[in-house]
Design a protein around this ligand. Structure first.
Ligand code: ATP
Length: 209
């Protein structure tokens, strides 16, 4: 059975940078599906601008009708900070025998050692790192060592084992940032063409940002 890709984020709001990365991963790594999991209460981010239900709604608008894309609200249904390790354990319970690939951007990967129980992630899932503009893979320090020990170039390894590998994968680089979209919308400008029209319409309808 093909691996499940897990794409977590604040998605405040979701945009074509996220969607294109996820789509390239879905195709190139031959994932069964990519699950978009908006963070309920982001432990690292402090505030979000849109609330969790609104961010979830935007994700649903973004992926509607796209085969292989799934919106997953499990972090919204859990109380307390949304730790990725808890999300992965909950997926592991639901899918005991499936390969799970946690998708993170390179910037998120570089911050991994600050995550709650980060060193347990590879016991539950693979980590798939998407190259993001301007970020280089670490070759020293704790992440450098982790890549040396667990890194693989072989996509088949993500299919053969349910967890335990790190795979770095280059994706088309779209320089779109949620922060800039929020500023743009806040300034009364139109975010069209940075995201699907359905997401743009929902942002304007709900008067977020
Ligand atoms: P912000 O501007 O609010 O910091 P962000 O997009 O960096 O937004 P998240 O929504 O939490 O923050 O990102 C979710 C995931 O998407 C992260 O792993 C991040 O690295 C990745 N990501 C963010 N922007 C892009 C982009 N333009 N292309 C590819 N991946 C991205």
């Amino acid at each position: 059975m093909k691996p499940i890709g897990v794409f977590g984020g604040t998605f405040d709001p979701i945009h074509y940078g996220h969607l294109r990365s996820a789509f390239e991963m879905l195709q190139a790594l031959r994932f069964e599906e990519v699950r978009f999991i908006p963070c309920g209460d982001p432990p690292h981010r402090g505030v979000t601008y849109a609330n969790a239900q609104q961010r979830m709604r935007l994700v649903e608008c973004a992926i509607e009708g796209q085969p292989g894309f799934v919106a997953d609200d499990r972090e919204l249904r859990r109380d307390g900070p949304s730790y990725t390790i808890d999300t992965l354990h909950s997926l592991r319970e639901e899918f005991p025998d499936r390969s799970i690939g946690l998708i993170v951007g390179m910037d998120a990967f570089l911050g991994l050692p600050g995550w709650h129980r980060w060193d347990e992630i590879l016991d539950v899932a693979h980590i798939v790192v998407a190259h993001r503009p301007g970020w280089k893979a670490p070759d020293i320090g704790v992440l450098g060592e982790m890549i040396t020990e667990h890194g693989t170039h072989r996509v088949a390894k993500l299919h053969d084992a349910t967890h335990g590998s790190i795979h770095i994968h280059a994706v088309t680089q779209l320089e779109i940032a949620s922060t800039e979209i929020r500023e743009l919308v806040g300034a009364g400008r139109d975010p069209r063409f940075l995201m699907p029209d359905e997401v743009r319409d929902a942002i304007l309808d709900m008067k977020i940002y």
